[in-house]
Write a protein that binds this ligand. Structure first.
Ligand code: ADP
Ligand code: MG
Length: 312
């Protein structure tokens, strides 16, 4: 495209909250064949909410929630935030008041949490730390199997049922024993379904990639209308998925919200960071979709197509 065409398109993009990082980015987007969507925070709202907390041990519900929230308090993950928020609500929400006010003085400090040590985040799997000098593990099946935690059949069944309804099952093991499960829902963005339809009409194939489990991933993909799903992908694996699609020379776009997505945004021919994003993601991307609206994926491809056909 001519410098003038690039300037015009960049201006039109900016008006719509689509920041285009240069002429190269603008040119590449017109021939995109695949658009890879991260699931959490990209196709979904990223507003995870706990829908179920089920204890499978002698512990009472309050104890269980305090334990899990204490372990997750050091994590930045959306699932962790949902869990801590739910537990805080459980402890401080006075159900006798109808106005929905929490006991703000207590709920805002973290005095109700237990002390933890040796915290580590295990990307794509969950977290671990010590509480009361005992190891607590919060995460998925992979985390449990790597730590030789047995998942009893009735618990497995419970988790599978959550997953069939598009929820993520978070398993909790304490002192070597599976003690409970949290079910977490994260609804689709409102425009997700029409955007997927729109891409298909444009001859672009949408693909979903996620670190979440296969059953939840398939349920979400079905809701949104995406046929090609890659699940249980570790953070580094997202870039590998892109490279394998690029092998035959196809142009691949990646849309991600940042958390763990930077390597994939960089590997893609066209990286699109959506929403507020993290600084690294914005750095790695060719496009920044500031409105956090998936329709702008189509706007970006359209803009590129129009710019390039106009000058031909
Ligand atoms: P996504 O690719 O969907 O953004 P992630 O790679 O961040 O997902 O996480 C993959 C999976 O690892 C999650 O679905 C969850 O099962 C588990 N996980 C990661 N972080 C946590 C955490 N802090 N607490 C519980 N589970 C976690
Ligand atoms: Mg994510």
């Amino acid at each position: 495209a001519t410098p003038t065409a690039v300037m015009v398109a960049t201006g039109v993009g900016a008006t719509n909250g689509v920041l285009i990082k240069g002429g190269d980015a603008l040119e590449k987007a017109h021939k995109v064949k695949y658009v890879i969507f991260d699931k959490t925070g990209t196709l979904t709202q990223g507003k995870a909410t706990v829908t179920t907390a089920k204890v499978f041990s002698e512990m009472d519900r309050g104890e269980f929630l305090t334990l899990v929230a204490s372990a997750e308090a050091s994590s930045e993950h959306p699932l962790a935030k949902a869990i801590v928020g739910y537990a805080r609500h459980f402890h401080f929400f006075d159900e006798s008041t109808e106005d929905g006010e929490t006991n703000s003085k207590e709920s805002q400090n973290s005095g109700w949490l237990l002390d933890t040590s040796d915290f580590s985040a295990l990307p794509g799997k969950g977290i671990q730390c010590l509480v009361n000098e005992k190891l607590i593990l919060v995460g998925n099946r992979k985390l449990m199997s790597e730590n030789a935690i047995t998942i009893p059949d009735h618990v497995e069944k419970f988790v599978a049922d959550l997953e069939e309804s598009a929820k993520t099952g978070v398993l909790v093991a304490y002192n070597g024993v599976l003690v409970g499960v949290m079910g977490i829902a994260d609804p689709l963005k409102r425009e997700a379904i029409v955007v997927v339809e729109g891409l298909l009409r444009m001859g672009v194939t949408p693909i979903m990639v996620t670190g979440d489990n296969w059953r939840t991933a398939r349920a979400v993909a079905k809701e949104v209308g995406i046929e090609d799903v890659r699940a249980e992908v570790m953070p580094a694996g997202k870039a590998d998925v892109i490279r394998s699609l690029q092998k035959d020379g196809s142009t691949v776009a990646m849309v991600g919200d940042g958390i763990n997505d930077s390597p994939a945004l960089a590997a893609a021919d066209v990286g699109m960071a959506i929403g507020a994003g993290t600084d690294v993601a914005i750095e790695a991307a060719d496009y920044v979709l500031m409105r956090n609206n998936l329709e702008d994926v189509i706007t970006a491809i359209d803009l590129s197509r129009k710019t390039l056909t106009r000058i031909r």
